[in-house]
Design a protein around this ligand. Structure first.
Ligand code: 5CA
Length: 439
């Protein structure tokens, strides 16, 4: 992408309304624009990161055996009256009346909708296990939307729903999602800590929140320090019995501040950590809560009908954009982990009028594209300092900087955004360095 043809409305001033780094940086980097409280437009750079995150989530859901569907944002009130949640959900639910005076709502979550799909089609245990998910916009009329897209009113969520014949099957489905969440967050360069949690308005008797660590996080968490230094999941595959794996993880202990009891804590004091974090995922097992109320039953091998056991599994896809920034930034701007970076590499031509610089930059840009990278090319005529600051702000993992002084010696500068290390090398070596990191 040539920057001269892109839409990247960077802000020079630090926006006053933004209290935390990710919100400030997303506004300054031209990723989002507020429409009304807790509701945002996603501009090209922001949309690209959002899609990359959604793609990783989608791939890992598919690997874990979940099937993608798409349910509507607007749901009929009847479904929620059937489950009994229409009144319970309260003021957080945006209620809408259509032209025929029918009560509708903008979905805050989809347990009822998916149960309705299930009961219309599935009659036998033979169709199970089944796990259906979608990636869709939700609306919750939060009392205090804040921190930009982190606590929005409209937000993008991946929500999966599992259906099993019994509690044991449901536990296996829960375990698969548990493991897939750890894999998903690890791919984004995040350490996610699964913490025993309250079930809240979703209901049920087993639940874990997945917390990524950040000072500005809204959740306090106590946990065993091994969560920080171990690559705990990449080796786990779905064919093995996951229960021992889950038991090993959960023995590492993680509790919310409110649920931590120092007298009961199994972790020795010198191995216990207490930090703040952001909830990026939440999984629930709630058994027959919705299936019994809404008549979602299947016939078992003996012919008798029983309500299915369900769980639901959420990931805050839009919240993750902010969460990753909270976990990975410095005073100059965002530092994207490669897997979610909007572009792999920035080609920065410091002197646009200079023929040698121009030829070298054009050539590198073309070769990076041909090699399968996704470069952003700053071909604008601007001050070198402003150009470099812009690339630092938007957090591209590598910068290849081309200037007249280097060109006299046949070299360009390759800078790593995370480490700040810069080396002068030939254009060929620059290409190799950047492409090797992609592998
Ligand atoms: N139906 C269940 C799981 S599918 C559910 O709705 N769970 S939830 O309420 O915990 O939400 C799932 C995830 O959505 C949360 O872990 C969080 O990452 C994200 N989320 C929830 N509320 C907001 C919000 N107001 N703004 C941004 N993300 C949110």
């Amino acid at each position: 992408m040539r920057l001269s043809q892109y839409f990247l409305p960077l802000l020079k001033e630090t926006p006053k309304e933004a209290q935390i780094a990710s919100h400030r940086l997303m506004l300054r980097a031209g990723m989002i624009q507020q429409s009304s409280a807790g509701i945002y437009s996603w501009l090209p750079l922001g949309k690209k990161v959002l899609d990359k995150i959604a793609d990783i989530v989608r791939e890992e859901q598919n690997r874990a055996g979940a099937l993608e569907i798409m349910m509507p944002t607007i749901q009929p009130a009847e479904l929620w009256q059937e489950s009994g949640r229409y009144d319970d959900y309260g003021a957080e639910m945006l209620r809408i009346r259509d032209r025929h005076e029918r009560d509708m709502l903008y979905g805050p979550t989809n347990e009822e909708q998916v149960t309705d799909i299930f009961r219309a089609h599935v009659r036998s245990y033979k169709a199970l296990p089944l796990n259906l998910y979608h990636i869709q916009w939700k609306f919750r009329d939060e009392v205090r939307p804040r921190f930009g897209i982190m606590r929005g009113r409209e937000f993008l969520m991946k929500d999966a729903y599992s259906f099993d014949t019994d509690a044991q099957g449901a536990r296996a489905a829960y375990n698969r999602m548990f493991v897939s969440y750890l894999k998903t967050f690890a791919r984004m360069g995040l350490t996610a800590i699964p913490m025993e949690a309250d079930t809240g308005p979703i209901g049920g008797d087993m639940s874990h929140e997945f917390i990524i660590l950040a000072e500005t996080g809204e959740s306090g968490v106590y946990f065993h320090k091994d969560w920080l230094n171990a690559d705990l999941v990449t080796q786990v595959n779905y064919d093995e019995d996951l229960q021992p794996v889950i038991d090993r993880f959960t023995s590492l202990y993680a509790r919310a501040d409110e649920m931590h009891d120092p007298d009961q804590c199994p972790v020795p004091a010198d191995e216990l950590m207490s930090l703040r974090g952001i909830e990026v995922g939440h999984i629930f097992y709630f058994g027959e809560k919705y299936s019994a109320a809404m008549g979602a039953s299947v016939a078992g091998p003996d012919g008798s009908n029983k309500p299915v056991h369900m769980g639901s599994y959420g990931i805050g896809v839009s919240r993750l954009v902010g969460g990753i920034i909270e976990a990975s930034h410095d005073e100059k701007g965002i530092i994207w982990p490669r897997a979610v970076a909007p572009f792999d590499v920035a080609v920065v031509n410091l002197k646009v009028g200079d023929d040698t610089c121009m030829t070298c930059a054009d050539d590198l840009y073309a070769r990076l594209q041909a090699a399968g990278a996704d470069p952003i090319y700053d071909d604008r005529d601007d001050r070198p300092g402003a150009k470099l600051a812009a690339m630092d702000l938007i957090g591209i993992p590598w910068q290849i900087i081309i200037g007249p002084r280097g060109m006299d010696n046949g070299v360009v500068e390759v800078k790593n955004r995370r480490t700040g290390e810069a080396v002068e090398v030939s254009p060929d070596s620059a290409l190799t360095m950047v492409m090797q990191d992609a592998e």
